[in-house]
Design a binder for this molecule. Structure first.
Ligand SMILES: NC(=O)c1ccc[n+]([C@@H]2O[C@H](COP(=O)([O-])OP(=O)(O)OC[C@H]3O[C@@H](n4cnc5c(N)ncnc54)[C@H](OP(=O)(O)O)[C@@H]3O)[C@@H](O)[C@H]2O)c1
Length: 251
């Protein structure tokens, strides 16, 4: 079913990388934005840039640590009030720390699991509460192709955290089938950002290419999107089918 443009969009993790890139693309499409992250100075600089380039839009910002569920419950409705409601919520904030399990870096794996799973869960609670009250909305969870199979080394906890998001999104979608609320799971491949400095694979695309594909996918509002679709949809299919020793060599 066609849907009206999502005018009022909240993006978490908007201070850098994909979040800031999405903010720039949606602003260019005339959308109103609520931008959150921990680094408020970066958000406010981005706000200034966006309003200078697109004076007709509204941009509100707030400092938010998604690890703090009580703060998420407070900040999300406050920003929604500022914009007069929310039409789309992009749960994008995430980290990619980690090391092989059992090598003394449990703290890094725990941090990744905490922010990516519990932080995103907190965002979903706040967003879906609002969407249920409104009767409509588009929830977008930024997962990863690293969720498709168990990954070694730095990506073990990260991949596990993103696999949890896939199940979280599907459960929410199942609850909301037949309502005016849609849920999209996005699985980006490798896109150049601060998250993956020093560990980019051969299929990595630059930030502009990745963000263009990301925003195009979100606007289509599918159940699941790979970003960029080529080569990641077929690669994802291959990864699902391959035996673990081959997956290990490829990832
Ligand atoms: N780049 C890729 O290839 C790729 C691939 C698959 C999935 N992803 C996912 O895409 C999302 C964005 O990552 P990115 O690549 O754009 O990396 P990035 O440039 O490092 O951006 C991560 C964003 O998340 C925010 N963030 C981290 N922890 C947070 C917290 N506790 N509370 C609030 N905000 C927090 C950061 O803001 P502050 O530090 O200011 O809080 C930052 O804006 C992540 O979920 C990542 O897993 C990326």
């Amino acid at each position: 079913m066609p849907h009206p443009p999502r005018q009022r969009i909240l993006i978490t993790g908007a201070s850098s990388g994909l979040g800031a890139g999405m903010a720039r693309r949606f602003a260019a499409r005339g959308r109103d934005l609520a931008l959150v992250a921990r680094r408020l100075d970066l958000l406010d600089a981005l706000r200034g840039e966006l309003l200078a380039a697109h004076p007709g839009i509204r941009v509100v910002t707030a400092e938010l640590d998604v690890d703090d569920a009580a703060a998420v419950d407070e900040v999300v409705p406050a920003l929604a009030r500022d914009l007069g409601g929310l039409d789309r919520f992009v749960a994008n904030a995430g980290i990619g720390k980690g090391a092989s399990v059992g090598t003394g870096q449990g703290w890094a794996n725990r941090a990744t699991l905490f922010t990516n799973v519990l932080g995103t869960h907190a965002q979903c609670e706040a967003a879906v509460t609002l969407f249920r009250e409104q009767g409509h909305g588009h929830l977008v969870l930024i997962s990863s192709v690293a969720s498709i199979r168990g990954m070694r080394g730095t990506r073990t906890a990260y991949g596990a955290s993103k696999a949890a998001l896939n199940a979280l999104a599907e459960g929410i979608r199942s609850d909301l089938l037949g309502t005016g609320i849609r849920v999209t799971t996005v699985l980006p491949g490798y896109i150049e950002t601060d998250l993956n400095v020093g560990r980019r694979g051969p299929l990595t695309v630059d930030l502009d290419t990745g963000v263009d594909a990301l925003v195009a996918a979100i606007e289509r509002e599918p159940v699941r999107a790979y970003v960029p679709e080529w080569p990641w949809r077929p690669v994802a299919g291959l990864l699902r089918a391959l035996p673990l020793p081959l997956v290990r060599r490829l990832t």
